[in-house]
Write a protein that binds this ligand. Structure first.
Ligand SMILES: [Zn+2]
Length: 197
């Protein structure tokens, strides 16, 4: 998967939910029934009218940059969809966002809600001068998680290659302003060798 196809997969599901009844949504997406039913129900009440135009715009921008790693879903849309609320389990939200089970388990059951000393130890075991990049909000069970890498959620880049991601973050925040304080110009998490926390 590329960053673009990984994002497109989510936008396609949301588009599908916009045309589904909550009952159909739950049946069609048994891995995240409460969340899919909730999203379908919000669409049917016309509470999400601005979400699809924003996500389509995000998709067009991401397609143009073609990043190797998927940026976080538009934070405004995530808020509207209920992804940041505590109403849905980590499993439902994780599976909706196509996170691998090994990483959801480590996040949810080992309470690894952010990058910790184990991630940093893994990073320091690398000889090469690379930076580690992940989709903002996604915490892999290991920075070497194969499945997360295949799903374009994590990757290693050379320092010089970060410019593309910085430019993409810049353009996304200009094109899609939102009030979420934690995610201003923050679509990726980046770890470098000398990160102290
Ligand atoms: Zn994993």
């Amino acid at each position: 998967m590329t960053g673009y196809s990984s994002l497109k997969r989510i936008v396609d599901i949301i588009t599908d939910l916009s045309n589904s009844t909550p009952e159909c949504a739950k049946e069609k997406y048994p891995e995240f029934p409460s969340l899919s039913g909730h999203i379908a129900s919000l669409f049917s009440k016309d509470h999400l009218h601005d979400v699809l135009p924003r996500l389509r715009l995000q998709l067009r921008i991401v397609e143009r940059y073609n990043p190797p790693i998927r940026p976080a879903l538009d934070p405004y849309s995530s808020t509207q969809l209920g992804i940041f609320s505590k109403n849905f389990s980590d499993w439902e939200v994780g599976l909706f966002l196509n996170y691998p089970a090994c990483c959801i388990r480590s996040f949810s059951e080992e309470v690894r809600y952010g990058f910790d000393s184990r991630h940093l130890e893994e990073l320091s075991s690398l000889r090469e001068e690379v930076v580690f990049v992940s989709t903002a909000g996604f915490v892999p069970h290991s920075i070497f998680c194969k499945e997360a890498s295949e799903r374009a959620l994590i990757g290693f880049l050379k320092l010089d290659d970060l410019q593309l991601l910085n430019d993409l973050e810049e353009e996304l925040s200009r094109a899609l302003p939102h009030p979420h304080p934690e995610y201003q110009k923050h679509y990726y998490d980046i770890l470098t060798h000398d990160t102290q926390h």
